[in-house]
Design a protein. Sequence first.
Length: 411
Amino acid sequence: MRFQFKAIALSMGLLPLSLLAQTSQAQEKLTVTVTHQLNDARPSETITIPWSQVNNYLPGALIQRIAVKDKSGKVLPYQVTNVAPQAKDPQGIGIAYGELIFQHNFAAGEKAADFTIEKIDTVAPVFDTKAFGRHVPERLDDFAWENDKIGHRTYGLALAAPAPVGVTKEVLVTSGIDIWFKRVPYPIVDRWYNKGHDHYHKDEGEGLDMYNVGKSRGCGGTGIWDGKQLYTSINYEKWKILANGPVRTVFELSYQSWDAAGVAITETKRFTVDAGHYLDKIENTFHYAGNAALTAAVGLNKTPSDKGQEPKITVEKNLKSTSLSQWIQQTTKGAFGTAIILPTANEYAEDNLNHLILAPVTSGKTMTYYAGANWERWGDIKTKEEWDAYLSKMAARYQDPIKVSLSGSKK
């Protein structure tokens, strides 16, 4: 859940960021120290702290009356997730809340950073939304999500259903993942759906839908590989939003039982979408009878470009960074990259529709991977070499998670 409060007037006690730093209650502070081991820069590093720990140091803190500051005193955007919206909290200890989330841009060589979390006397401002997702019932139950870099969508059962007699509707059976290429940092999902299909297939200044999914895995769809054939789910059945910006969006998609060479599979995907990242974290869990190991596949569509673009496609397979990536140069609509980083990967394969990266899985155990894309016309990646370098650095970041320590006077 996104916690936002409308700043109607200064007379109501709502202050801009520049003045917010002056209103903190200095006697009640929590100090946060974040460390890592890499020499490279880590832009948009997401920092999470259980709200229960915040409450230990700042008893009675309200999620709308705190300030998160860096070492210079700059106030940072933050969010607090809501894990139990129906929970009662008579003691005011925040039992319904999950995590406090904010970000920091680590410069090259900066291996430690300090922050403070403070109670304030005013209501915190509304922060710009940089991560967002929603179910889209008005478009045959799509589910769409985005951050300030890239957008995606995938498709529900309503799209897969046959058209009733006398009714014209699109029919597409796939659990592949689509890409919406943005050229602006602000949210476009609602704007594009409101404008309609004919508009978001044209670049009118905000980007466009030019990615081809069809029945492929798109950009990061999954399946089970038996050595010769790929078996996949169809369109997602259920959705659930767990957090929704402004810094991080988390949601789950679940799929009906499907057959993989005689094995009945059910599947759940949890997506974590962070501001400032080209790749989303996807935690995929297959459930089936028995303890046998199967081979999971994550795929990229072999024909991803827009119609009539005569693309030049370069495919990279790099087990050192456990990645599979593409760089697609189009005739008139620019170049874009797609990628998967699968830390447990051990092999590659392909079928008629997809390039695949493979990893062993067992029932009930989560397979974590990262998938996403970029467009040369937005962001800071313009070439294949820069895309490859980004993937290498992100793979190193995934292998070296940050460490967070807290200090202050506990209650």
